[in-house]
Design a protein around this ligand. Structure first.
Ligand code: FAQ
Length: 311
């Protein structure tokens, strides 16, 4: 009977139908979705920290209002994604425990520090840019709740990317000091942004199965290439250079050749050895602990209301 259900499931996936929460699905499919979606959710939430660091120091009121709104958007993305993962039968508490105990990951990119205001511009331009490149195909992921969450997330990320590029453009057209600050931020964020797409395809253990199940629709390397091709002309337009001696237009392939990211650094950051990894995890642990009374109060309130409703 299981073989029949598996065959029916695979046929639906192959026909590009969405799989919904109450549908039968193989346990391994459920497990890899919880893994990817919860890690994605954790990334959105941890991703609030590097930018949050600059809210009180944004250079103008306009920039501050935009940054506040952007960081709130990331919180919203985290919440949709936790909800999408919950439809697979896991709870928000379980996912948070997994993060705090180091059993779940979050994106390597958020383990780098935001040293200057230009880092905020670079994050919008590059990190949100890479995030959209990776998430647009996820709008067609086979699991319905994940795919639908991605639609709204992508619209917002696209706005984030433009505001980041616009902020970078302003710095690049500013004083020599501002332009140098923009270039320095680009130098520091470029390689970590390329690493966001994950390890090279031949070192990506989850890719083959996730592509077959149409959770991932494009490979890590294919998306990385698209991101480079999109970003190089944007850097040129604002007079900034990319710190890659191997970067060269390749006419035959119709894309850029580029250097190899430092994969040892990537795997070290994945293992939790990033420059500010401890600080990030401490912030999450502190938030969870200091928010305990809010969760308890909300539950008590809900119980009281339910009791009144039942009476
Ligand atoms: N960081 O076999 P693969 C954002 C892990 S966007 C950390 O290739 P997979 C928006 C991977 O989990 C950022 N770990 O894995 C924002 C696996 O370990 P596991 C979040 C990484 O899943 C912007 C192992 O390496 N976006 O937050 C990374 O098939 C600005 C082997 O890798 C998403 O999560 C990495 N970069 O492909 C917020 C998108 N790469 O789990 C604030 C959804 C790989 O077996 C401010 N996720 N690993 O223990 C995906 O598309 C996929 O999960 C990939 C990895 C492509 C990230």
């Amino acid at each position: 009977e299981d073989a029949d259900r598996l065959a029916a499931f695979e046929a639906r996936v192959a026909a590009d139908e969405f799989i919904e929460p109450k549908d039968w699905m193989p346990e391994a499919y459920r497990k890899t979705l919880v893994r990817q979606i919860s890690q994605h959710a954790h990334s959105e939430i941890v991703g609030m920290l590097p930018e949050g660091n600059w809210i009180s120091r944004a250079p103008t009121l306009r920039r501050k209002a935009i940054l506040l709104a952007k960081v709130q958007d990331e919180a919203g993305h985290g919440l949709y994604l936790y909800c999408a993962a919950e439809t697979l039968g896991t709870s928000r508490d379980e996912m948070t425990q997994a993060l705090l105990e180091g059993r779940a990951k979050y994106s390597t990119i958020f383990n780098y520090p935001t040293l200057t205001w230009a880092d905020i511009a670079a994050i919008g331009w590059l990190v949100d840019g890479a995030a959209i490149m990776n998430q647009v195909p996820l709008q067609r992921a086979s699991y319905g709740p994940y795919a639908r969450a991605m639609v709204k997330v992508c619209k917002e990320e696209s706005f984030h990317q433009r505001q980041g590029y616009e902020a970078m453009m302003a710095l690049a057209a500013g004083t020599p000091e501002q332009k140098a600050m923009a270039q320095d931020a680009l130098d520091r964020w470029w390689w970590p942004s390329l690493m966001m797409f994950g390890p090279p395809d031949d070192q990506s253990p989850n890719s083959e199965q996730s592509m077959r199940w149409r959770i991932k629709r494009e490979s890590n390397d294919a998306l990385r290439q698209k991101f480079v091709d999109m970003t190089v002309p944007q850097a040129e337009l604002i007079g900034l250079s990319l710190s890659d001696a191997d970067l060269k237009w390749n006419k035959e392939k119709g894309g850029y050749d580029f250097g190899t990211p430092d994969w040892d650094e990537f795997f070290a950051v994945v293992r939790g050895e990033g420059p500010v990894a401890r600080e990030r995890m401490k912030a999450r642990r502190d938030a969870w602990e200091s928010g305990a009374w809010v969760r308890a109060a909300a539950m008590a309130h809900a119980d009281k209301r339910a009791a009144r409703f039942a009476a």
